[in-house]
Write a protein that binds this ligand. Sequence first.
Ligand SMILES: NC(=O)c1ccc[n+]([C@@H]2O[C@H](COP(=O)([O-])OP(=O)(O)OC[C@H]3O[C@@H](n4cnc5c(N)ncnc54)[C@H](O)[C@@H]3O)[C@@H](O)[C@H]2O)c1
Length: 446
Amino acid sequence: MTDRHPEHQVPLADLLEDRLRSGTARVVVVGLGYVGLSLAVGLARNGLVVHGVEVELERAALVNAGRSYIDDVDSRELAALVAAGRLGASTRFDAAREADAIVICVPTPLRKSKDPDISFILSATESLVPLLRPGQLVVLESTTYPGTTEEVLQPRLEARGFTVGDDVFLAFSPERVDPGNTSFTTANIPKVVGGVTPRCTRLAAALYRNVTASVHPVSSPKVAETAKLLENTFRSVNIALANELALACRAIDVDPWEVIGAAATKPFGFMPFYPGPGTGGHCIPLDPLYLSWKLRLNGFETRFIALADEINHSMPRHVVSLVADALNDRGQALRGARVLVLGVTYKANVNDVRESPALEVLHMLADKGAAVAYADPFVPQLEVGALKLVAEPLTRDVLAAVDCAVVITDHTSFDYALIAEAAPAVVDVRNAMGPLRARHRNIVTL
Ligand SMILES: NC(=O)c1ccc[n+]([C@@H]2O[C@H](COP(=O)([O-])OP(=O)(O)OC[C@H]3O[C@@H](n4cnc5c(N)ncnc54)[C@H](O)[C@@H]3O)[C@@H](O)[C@H]2O)c1
């Protein structure tokens, strides 16, 4: 598509660019979750006036009370921004009328069929479109399949009579935030930006320069959408390779962790990935399937994505078989055994259980008749299907009372020496207890 900009429209884009560059723009962020709230705070911190639109009333109220519900967002900073009038939230979309830029950060899950579910994007777009006016920038940040911005959003904006690139501006910019990572945050992670027209790209880049020093413009939203999916497909495929390597290493009786540690000493051409109970979180298990779905529609089968998905999804079953083997070695059956799962979040030191492989492990263990319990300092209560569990304290007595403990998530605060000493059998699928294994024969790993 060409960048059409009749003379009379140029001042509109220039005015918007001035506001974005000078940090005087008003921004609406739609969806105040992990991504949206972090972005809203990042923009407000840098002087912009930000309003969040959030369908969950409780979340909007918490923001207005200056109370964060996202680990990476500090309540004191949130409260200060709210008090300074730079950040507020509501369940209504009205603020979009006055905004200079609107950023959409709603969820993009999978359907049961594992096809993309973009219903949240559709619903947010339907609420926004009637409120739009000329001179606004709309950016989609939700991870989605290549083509969503131009095939789904653009026609809906143009159905209202706008011409994208002339009187409203549309771009895709993927979010790369890594929850719990204090070294890389929205402030120093480079931002990829792809607009429908070059002017859309320039305006979106101007918006993001308010939060990060490094913006990488690309030629279209589709390139930006695909780049995000490549990043997470890269992770999924390499985690699957590490998982397969772990299974292969058992067949030849070598320690996969030692193998990976040795290979990782190569200073170039190798990047270590580690095996584990499978992938979790809102991104790695889902995003590659957004890419393969779109490619399948275009007659292309992505074999790496399918194989990685299959291997990663097979890991919880493998973990359960390791627990059964550990019990068997002690003359016990899984049925009736007391099994304590240590860590239920999808990765260490966060409180997010979405898509966590621990849930599947718990479900399968219970299904096979084990009496399951869990300990996790980040998750006080947990529901897995019909199971309603309350976190156990990680004490010597609790550990001694179970038949087997399984380390699924390697939280830093776990006392691994205590686990090794007190639990009769331990399955450690994260190598959290590496050095302890030499001294404690009750620990097995992948
Ligand atoms: N969490 C991450 O680490 C991460 C990283 C990179 C990209 N992403 C992507 O960013 C997007 C958002 O992810 P998230 O983790 O922030 O999700 P989230 O579930 O934490 O937050 C989304 C928020 O949007 C709200 N919402 C849903 N529909 C809405 C609507 N119509 N209007 C207003 N609010 C609405 C929800 O109530 C929720 O609070 C997804 O596409 C995800 O794949 C997430």
